[in-house]
Structure formats: structure tokens, C-alpha cells
Design a protein around this ligand. Structure first.
Ligand code: MG
Length: 358
């Protein structure tokens, strides 16, 4: 099982150095949403739980309680972000929005959430109250109810402050079935706005940037924007929120599930100047940086302009763009046509760029 040891190249700042699949213990990179995460799920969880819904690798399972019933989407999420509060959000808002968005990208109308709190002994009560109020506010914004919860307290040092685990249920109206395997040749790839803001804002909040930035996380619920796409009659074949692992992971997951060759245009992908500057300084690829308020949708070519227009009318999608297309189904891969002309393969992040980003 052990692969060859190797030292990371000097420029791979912050990237987990272990080769994929080489370790008998859990590495930070196993939680990064990239190749190591996929390897862990394939090796441990899929064989252990052995369920079709998990094999589909979607953001939520879509199920009916009994045959013929309307379909429910069901998802779960854990949040360990550090710091707990950052410009544009906090762990409470993140927990609600992440769960709501994983339901919405499956075409569901999110309805109910649960939240379990694992709190470190000594955590300030007024801070907990502030984070709970932030969760409640995000839930109101998304139009969902938090209807079940649990509280555990771990001794000092056993948890770093606070972790939140959520689950969410939503209902999928007839005729909607976006899923990771749904992308088709000719589909246009539409993105709701600039990438990388969440990851870089959290990094800045840790004091890890050498310059000051006004950057804010994009953490927000996307269900109302997605609802408007369906209301406009857009046939969404595949859709996902590019969170941990960034746009690169999301597109690679859809490419793999749909056996699609996706080509994206570097010049078409919106990136804010401060995000671009931070990435350049740290040697990060913005395509690998987490977002918490963006959605990428695969739609029929003749509906792409309408999808962009609908997104732009919504406050969460004012900078929406068409960024690429599915050009075939021979090879499952993601290609980036760069500003300078040549095309390169967009890889999954191998390890963990930014631990505890969500
Ligand atoms: Mg997701």
C-alpha cells in the first residue's frame, strides 16, 4: 500500500505533501475535498455503507418515503472552520448556508434543518448566543426552519471551541433532476459569480496574508437564486456549489460522474483582484479555493444566455458568466483554455490547501 516518499517542491506552499493513498492514518488532506477525500470515501465509506445513493456522489440523496411519493432530498454536513467568525460570515451562518445549498443544487426546496453542537468546556456563553442568532438569521434568509438539535460539551482541549454538524431535508418538485451524472455534450457551463472569496477571506481572518484586505466571504443561501432558474424554465442537467476543493473539484466530480470532457475559458472566470493577488502571493490556484455562495450549472446551450440573465437579476448572481461547455464524452476530464492560448488539464487538488476552511 505504501507509495514512494517524496518531498514537496518548494513552491507548493501549504499543500499536504503525502502522496495519495500512501498513509495508514488520517491526514488533513483527507478532509480537503480533493483526491485524498475521494480516495477515503471510495476505500472506507462506500464499501462499508454500500448504498446506491452514496455511489451517485451527489450533494444530497434524493429519496421517496414510499413508491409514488414526492421526492425528498436529504443531506448532512460538518463545520470546523477556524476562526469561528470571519468577514462575511461565521460558523453558524456557514452551517445553515452549506446545508441549504447542498439541498438546493439537487433541485430541492430546503425545508428543515437539524444542528448538533459540540462545544469546548469554557466557551463563552455570549459568543455561543451570537453564533446561534447568526444561524437563526441565515435560516430566516433561506426560509428554512431549524427543528431538531443536540448539544454535547467536550473537556477543554478535546475540541477547538465549537463544531457544528447539520442535516437538512427539502422537497424536490416534479420535473427537476439535476445530478452530478447529468451533464451532456453541448451543455453550457454557467457560474454565478467570482470564485475564491470565502477561502481567502478566512485565510485573511487568520492573519495569514501579508497585506490588509477588505475581502469578505461569500457565504449565503442560494436557494432563491436556484428557484428563479427553475421558474424561468431552465432545464438544469447538473448543478453544484463549488465549496471545499473549489471550482476545480466540482467540475472534476461532474466530469467523472457524467463521463464528460468539460472545457472552461480562463478569461471568462470572474476572480476579484484581491483574491487573484493573494493566490499569486501564496502560490494557490484560484480554481482550488473554496466558495460558500456560488453555484455552477450545466444547462442546454440554447438556454445559457437566459440562465446568465436570470442569475444576474438576483443579488447572489450579479456577476454571473458563461464559463465553458461540455465538448464531448470520450474522456472524463476538465480542460482550461488559458488567456495565453494553450490548454491545460485542471486537476483535483491532491491534498489540503487550507485546512478548516468550512
Ligand atoms: Mg455541495
Amino acid at each position: 500500500m505504501n507509495g514512494p516518499e517524496h518531498t514537496p517542491p518548494a513552491q507548493s506552499f501549504g499543500v499536504c505533501p503525502a502522496p495519495v493513498g500512501s498513509s495508514g492514518t488520517i491526514l488533513l488532506g483527507h478532509g480537503g475535498g480533493g483526491r485524498l477525500s475521494a480516495d477515503l470515501i471510495a476505500r472506507i465509506f462506500r464499501p462499508a455503507f454500500n448504498d446506491d445513493s452514496l455511489d451517485r456522489a451527489d450533494d444530497a440523496a434524493v429519496l421517496a418515503l414510499s413508491p409514488g411519493d414526492s421526492r425528498a432530498a436529504f443531506t448532512t454536513d460538518a463545520h470546523i472552520v477556524h476562526p469561528l467568525e470571519f468577514p462575511g460570515g461565521d460558523i453558524g451562518r456557514l452551517a445553515v448556508c452549506g446545508t441549504v445549498n447542498d439541498l438546493a443544487v439537487m433541485g430541492a426546496r430546503p425545508a428543515w434543518l437539524s444542528a448538533a453542537f459540540i462545544i469546548e468546556e469554557g466557551f463563552a456563553m455570549d459568543r455561543l448566543a451570537r453564533l446561534a442568532a447568526s444561524m437563526a438569521s441565515a435560516a430566516r434568509e433561506a426560509g428554512v426552519r431549524i427543528v431538531a438539535g443536540d448539544t454535547k460539551v467536550a473537556p477543554r482541549g478535546a475540541v477547538d471551541g465549537l463544531m457544528i454538524c447539520t442535516a437538512g431535508v427539502g422537497f424536490v418538485p416534479e420535473g427537476r433532476s439535476p445530478h452530478a451524472a447529468g451533464a451532456r455534450p453541448g451543455d453550457a457551463v454557467v457560474l454565478s459569480g467570482p470564485i475564491g472569496n470565502h477561502g481567502i477571506a478566512v485565510l485573511a481572518a487568520r492573519g495569514e496574508l501579508a497585506f490588509r484586505t477588505g475581502l469578505r466571504s461569500d457565504t449565503r443561501p442560494l436557494n432563491s437564486l436556484i428557484e428563479q432558474l427553475f421558474d424561468a424554465g431552465i432545464q438544469i442537467h447538473a448543478m453544484r456549489d463549488p465549496t471545499r476543493g473549489g471550482l476545480a473539484s466540482t467540475l472534476n466530480e461532474i466530469a467523472a460522474a457524467s463521463r464528460a470532457e468539460i472545457v472552461i475559458e480562463e478569461d471568462a472566470i470572474p476572480i476579484d483582484d484581491e483574491v487573484a493577488a493573494a493566490c499569486e502571493m501564496l502560490g494557490f490556484d484560484p480554481l482550488h479555493i473554496a466558495n460558500e455562495g456560488k453555484v455552477v450549472a450545466f444547462v442546454p446551450e440554447d438556454q445559457a444566455d437566459l440562465a446568465v440573465a436570470v442569475m444576474r437579476r438576483h443579488p447572489a448572481g450579479t456577476d454571473a458568466r458563461r464559463i465553458g461547455r461540455v465538448q464531448g464524452q470520450q474522456i472524463a476530464r476538465v480542460l482550461l483554455r488559458t488567456s495565453l492560448g494553450p490548454t491545460r488539464i485542471v486537476e483535483l487538488p491532491a491534498g489540503e490547501l487550507l485546512p478548516r476552511i468550512c
